[in-house]
Design a protein around this ligand. Structure first.
Ligand code: SAM
Ligand code: SF4
Length: 361
């Protein structure tokens, strides 16, 4: 486990040790709830299965010389399933597989199958750039996957190439089409807008989604790019996009959040056709209702995208016989150390060492 920082609200080491003891006892009773110091109960987890990606989005990865983890250091599917079995007994019911590009990892459907067979897993979703999806969606759906988010930032091959430094928009569109045709996948599109690259694509993206009865959600650009080139001026706020969409397409009205921890604020068009969502992580942070933990591909547990601490669960999963209480203890410690907010707007903020593809978005 990494060291605790000196946040005054954080319990003393002695209190944490006592909390660990409680966790161990409670693990035996299978009644642990992952509640943090601010009363947030944690119910969802993002699991990165790899940091490898087949494209190089400007807002996520450096352009060149990307150093990926050695494949031997990634958690195996069995280890991930073992970990989720314990986490799900601590109240984590919703899981999303991500990366890097999760579909670059061979046989991802085997992991989906292992996870969807676990009793306490209520929701299992995938976030993907869609390029390898058309080939895999049938296997993934047969294994139990029911929710997919596909990243789609543009409908222009030229802009796709500028943004992702690779070609292949047609493959993304094939992935979207393959999901739509099945009819049993809850599909959403995610778009990230950089002012100087794809702001001019927003209207077309909304019309594309609306025509297919798909929800598109716009994610604000966060300082998590591998090139460390984030700037406020390149980020386009949700508010600016809402004004643009209302002006260019038609009035939109906010909908009630399906759950307080949902990151997206959803809107519907006043004429009732089509939904668009906004994940305003920078301009209107939703940390107060965040219920997420994150597991990196090499088995480090994190409590925030912007956190500076990580808890090593890989070492706890490498031994033959897994000590459940030890893993529960780690989940508790990680949850307890979570800060009130990501602090992007605070003076002296510096981005975390890891970029988005190394954490799992
Ligand atoms: N490769 C998959 C994909 O692109 O959907 C999954 C991993 S990717 C890191 C997950 C999400 O993170 C994508 O929707 C992407 O737009 C988002 N993302 C990447 N870098 C980001 C950044 N700097 N700020 C906000 N969102 C980011
Ligand atoms: Fe790859 Fe997704 Fe990052 Fe783009 S956002 S570089 S697709 S991991």
């Amino acid at each position: 486990m990494s060291t605790y920082d000196t946040d005054p609200i954080l319990e003393s080491q002695a209190e944490l040790t006592a909390a660990s003891h409680v966790a161990r006892v409670e693990a035996g009773r299978k009644s642990v709830v992952l509640k943090d110091r601010f009363g947030r109960v944690h119910r969802s987890m993002r699991i990165s299965v790899t940091d490898v990606c087949n494209i190089r989005c400007q807002y996520c990865m450096p352009a060149e010389d990307v150093q990926f983890l050695p494949s031997a250091s990634r958690l195996s599917y069995d280890q991930i399933v073992s970990f989720v079995r314990v986490a799900s007994r601590c109240g984590i019911q919703k899981y999303r597989l991500t990366g890097g590009e999760p579909l670059t990892r061979p046989n991802l459907h085997e992991l989906v199958q292992g996870l969807s067979a676990l009793e306490c897993v209520r929701e299992l979703a995938l976030t993907t750039n869609g390029m390898l999806l058309a080939d895999q969606i049938d296997r993934l759906a047969a294994a139990g996957l029911t929710r997919v988010n596909i990243s789609l930032d543009t409908l222009s091959e030229d802009t796709f190439k500028t943004l992702s430094r690779r070609q292949g928009l047609n493959r993304v569109l094939e992935g979207i089409e393959a999901c739509c045709q099945r009819g049993d996948i809850e599909l959403k599109l995610n778009a990230l807008v950089l002012r100087d690259v794809n702001l001019c694509d927003v209207v077309e993206l909304v019309q594309f989604s609306r025509a297919r009865n798909l929800q598109i959600r716009f994610i604000e650009f966060m300082p998590l790019d591998g090139s460390r080139a984030w700037s406020n001026s390149r980020m386009v706020s949700g508010q600016e996009l809402r004004e643009l969409i209302a002006r260019e397409i038609g009035p939109i009205q906010p909908l009630n959040r399906p759950s307080p921890s949902a990151p997206s604020t959803d809107y519907t068009f006043a004429d009732g056709s089509g939904r668009v969502g906004f994940i305003d992580s920078v301009s209107q942070p939703f940390c107060g209702s965040c219920d997420r933990l994150r597991l990196t591909a090499e088995g480090r547990l994190r409590n925030c995208l912007f956190g500076r601490e990580e808890w090593d669960v890989a070492c706890q999963l490498k031994t033959g016989a897994i000590d459940e209480a030890e893993i529960v203890n780690t989940l508790q410690a990680c949850t307890q150390a979570k800060h009130a907010s990501h602090g992007i707007a605070e003076p002296g903020f510096t981005p975390p060492e890891r970029a988005m593809y190394q954490i799992g978005g």
